[in-house]
Design a protein around this ligand. Sequence first.
Ligand code: ZN
Length: 67
Amino acid sequence: MEAIGAKSINEKALANARDRRSGLERALDNLDDPDFGLCRICDGEIPMGRIMLMPEATTCVKCAQVS
Ligand SMILES: [Zn+2]
């Protein structure tokens, strides 16, 4: 039973890592985009710390909380 639990946890971690990687790849693709780093809702600047933590973020902290 424990082995099965560990396996599903590992699979979840792996799936999370894959999600994260595709987000990072998307962010890398967008580096050339003049809008990169700008919130798609308010056009405000997304703090670099947020982009580093969540490269896939397309909104600033404020707009992310509202939506
Ligand atoms: Zn915003």
